[in-house]
Design a protein. Structure first.
Length: 440
């Protein structure tokens, strides 16, 4: 929530966004003033507020245009992460999980410091893109390490639910923390605190994980074999579509709130709080529950709920109206993520070999696709079809993808897959033999 207003204030140092009055001035004047606003002539009697309407219209246009820049900046991290994942995944097979995870901490620490002291769009863009490399190292190594340590499917689901809860906790604290610190302390303050926390995380890794090279004994499945597995692609696609909605909202919702509700900085930060709290609940609840009721069913229901919540958001006329749809959105994304992440490990176990770096590189690519496509398209779609129709479009995609989850109900194992191939080859040979006999 810091970035949109910060960019606006960079371009208008003498007239920052917070200085613009939320209501027309009530200064008495002697004459009537008529000014066009949204194609309608507005006549003001008794008050000299014509300039307020003109300035409001100008501010509206600039904020809508800024959505594109903010969206591209948000998406840059995900795009870089997409490029890094296919390198980090196979790398974990060669040197283990702990060293790439520590490298991720170092990169995130540096990028956070750049954010603290950056004062131009290009520097902030660079810092955001750099975060993509750090996130790739941390996410792929972290999920791969959990899948490797927890071999039981139920325990793995619980562990990943807790890990995703950690992600949720960061998202939960981040927006309100950033908004409040920016408003009352300054732009650099939240990033300096985050740098200190990242440093603590690095020390914990050195003490607990003791980063060292660990060579994997079993042969890992090739990235090509995993990418061409339709069941892995269906599970990864669910992660993409589940997160695309919230990714589209990240750059556009604060600006839409500023434009339509006159929302302050802290309000823009707090609006994501219900989504974060419910995501934390959803991931911890459906880590174990997904295994019990069927992860495919939980993910299917999650995608449907996401679509319904996205349809409700544009109906809000105040910040209070956003609480329920945002909470439902966060809970449903938690359902999908906490079920599909362990499902990826399960699919590798039963259909390939139990080495997890590459499959979680694919899982992280799926996550990043949502957060790359969402913000990148968000600004363009808001400009062309509007905020409301953009959310209707992503809702339809979620509804359309949900039925594909039924394919994950009972995916064939490696042995079944081999039997099917052998059976197909045998039938081909039998048909060929029959044809040869007929020809004779």
């Amino acid at each position: 929530p810091i970035i949109p207003e910060f960019l606006y204030d960079i371009r208008h140092p003498d007239a920052p966004l917070a200085s613009f009055p939320k209501t027309p001035p009530t200064t008495p004047c002697e004459k009537e003033v008529t000014t066009p606003y949204n194609g309608i002539d507005v006549t003001t009697q008794g008050y000299d507020n014509a300039s307020w309407y003109a300035e409001r219209e100008e501010r509206h246009k600039e904020l809508v245009e800024e959505t594109v820049e903010v969206g591209l900046m948000f998406a840059s991290k995900a795009f870089v992460q997409l490029l890094a994942n296919p390198i980090v995944g196979p790398l974990t097979h060669k040197i283990g999980y702990s060293i790439p995870m520590f490298a991720g901490f170092v990169i995130m620490f540096i990028s956070t410091l750049i954010f603290a002291f950056g004062r131009t769009y290009s520097v902030l863009f660079l810092a955001r893109a750099l975060q993509g490399i750090g996130s790739s190292c941390s996410s792929v190594s972290g999920m791969g390490m959990l899948a490797d340590r927890y071999t039981d499917d139920k325990e793995r689901g619980n562990a990943m639910g807790i890990a995703l809860g950690g992600l949720a906790l960061g998202v939960l604290i981040g927006p309100p923390f950033g908004g409040i610190m920016y408003e009352f302390v300054g732009k650099s303050a939240p990033f300096l605190v985050l740098s200190a926390l990242a440093l603590g995380d690095g020390l914990l890794q050195l003490i607990m994980l003791q980063p060292s090279v660990v060579i994997e004994e079993s042969d890992p499945p090739s990235l090509k074999a995993l990418v061409t597995d339709p069941y892995i692609i269906i599970a990864a696609g669910a992660i993409t579509f589940a997160n695309m909605g919230i990714a589209m909202l990240e750059p556009s919702l604060p600006i839409w709130m500023m434009d339509n509700m006159g929302a302050s900085r802290w309000e823009q930060g707090v609006t994501f709080l219900p989504a974060s709290i419910s995501y934390l609940i959803g991931t911890n609840l459906f880590g174990p529950l997904g295994h019990r009721i069927g992860r495919w069913l939980a993910a299917l229901l999650g995608l449907v709920i996401i679509g319904l919540c996205l349809l409700c958001i544009p109906m809000a006329t105040s910040i209070n109206h956003l609480i329920l749809p945002n909470a439902g959105l966060g809970f449903a994304i938690g359902m999908v993520d906490s079920c599909m992440m362990p499902e990826l490990g399960y699919l590798v176990d039963i259909r390939h070999s139990a080495v997890y770096g590459s499959v979680y590189a694919i899982g992280d690519v799926a996550f990043c696709l949502g957060f790359a496509i969402g913000p990148a398209l968000s600004g363009t779609l808001v400009n062309t079809i509007g905020f409301e129709w953009m959310l209707v479009g992503i809702s339809i995609l979620c509804f359309a993808y949900a039925p594909l989850m039924t394919f994950l109900r009972a995916p064939p194992t490696k042995e079944e897959k081999k039997s099917l191939i052998v059976g197909e080859r045998s039938s081909v040979r039998y048909v060929t033999y029959q044809n040869e006999e007929e020809d004779e």
